[in-house]
Design a binder for this molecule. Structure first.
Ligand code: SAM
Length: 300
């Protein structure tokens, strides 16, 4: 079998919170390379998967990887936030669990042509869905300085974002920002980067902010969770894995609101008072898991 460069994170914890040994339908909002889905299918012969992803290449890889279970899998190239708009796509009475493992996969990050990594020379693309028109380059070339600064501050939680935005605007006029390496160099200059001074490369945050803006990653996530919780039947489990504090805060607040009955009757019970983090062993085996945080709730 082909080797896939993406290890699913928090697998045992995810399956436990989903109670994925129950027969029924599991919705994988972000199928990626199908790592979590494969474990569910392998361990539970009564499980069926409905999977979504925006990324055509990932879907193709997932479909190949899950081929052995193809009669129990349906995959769609769709933004999961829109999935609830499609009547009859999800058979809610049969749904036992919903998983959203947010962000991008190593498969995407490690492909230089996708432009997600500041360590790999490539185009400034960063689209999950390559049918979409807005790329990172378009944002860098066309957004006004103030808007760029806002994005870096809001989505990258960076300092000195006005300085960074000013430098981008002056360099773009000279045609100096074409690739991921150009942007990395610019960031290093602005933040006077040295490996001794910085624990984390500032480009990591700049790339994160751009990626969030390109894919509008935080948009409607809370609305989706609310609509989902209202449609799920009692006992269905919702598990969300996020990789940065902005996303995690959104999920935490959405679950709290739904559990408190702030807008009507409570519709979920929160199962994780604090986010579940990977063990030291998992982080050692898969360093990219270090920022993962899992939150789970049960529909009531
Ligand atoms: C962290 S990976 C998921 C990995 C997967 N759980 C596995 O085990 O292989 C996240 C995936 O979600 C996809 N994605 C992110 N936001 C999405 C959205 N709004 N709708 C659909 N897919 C999305 C990305 O393209 C990426 O493939």
């Amino acid at each position: 079998m082909k080797e896939y460069g993406h290890r699913p994170v928090l697998v045992e914890e995810t399956l436990a919170y989903l109670q994925a040994s129950r027969p029924g339908v599991y919705i994988d909002c972000t199928i990626g390379l199908g790592g979590h889905a494969l474990e569910i299918l392998r361990r539970n012969p009564g499980a069926r998967i409905i999977g979504f992803d925006l990324d055509e290449q990932s879907l193709r890889a997932a479909s190949e990887r899950l081929a052995e279970y193809r009669d129990r899998v349906k995959l769609f190239q769709l933004d999961f936030r829109e999935s609830l708009n499609f009547e009859n796509l999800i058979p809610f009475p049969e749904v036992r669990g919903v998983l959203a493992d947010l962000g991008i996969s190593s498969f995407q990050l490690d492909n230089p042509g996708r432009g997600f990594s500041f360590n790999l020379e490539g185009p400034l693309d960063m689209r999950m869905d390559t049918r979409q028109k807005t790329t990172a380059e378009k944002i860098l070339m066309t957004y006004p300085e103030t808007r760029l600064a806002e994005i870096f501050k809001k989505y990258g939680e960076l300092h000195h974002t006005r300085l960074l935005a000013r430098k981008i605007v002056s360099e773009r006029k000279l045609g100096l920002i074409k690739t991921t390496s150009d942007l990395k160099r610019l960031v290093e200059e602005v933040y006077r980067w040295t490996p001794q001074k910085h624990h984390l490369h500032p480009a990591a945050k700049v790339f994160q902010a751009l990626r969030i803006e390109v894919n509008q990653e935080l948009k409607d996530l809370d609305r989706f969770l609310e609509n989902l919780a209202r449609k799920c039947f009692p006992g269905a489990r919702i598990v969300v894995i996020s990789f940065h504090s902005l996303e995690d805060r959104l999920v935490k607040n959405a679950f709290r609101k739904l559990a408190s009955g702030e807008s009507g009757q409570p519709v979920v019970k929160i199962l994780t008072r604090k986010p579940v983090r990977p063990t030291a062993e998992e982080v050692a085996a898969n360093p990219r898991s270090h920022s993962a945080r899992l939150r789970a709730a049960e529909s009531i």
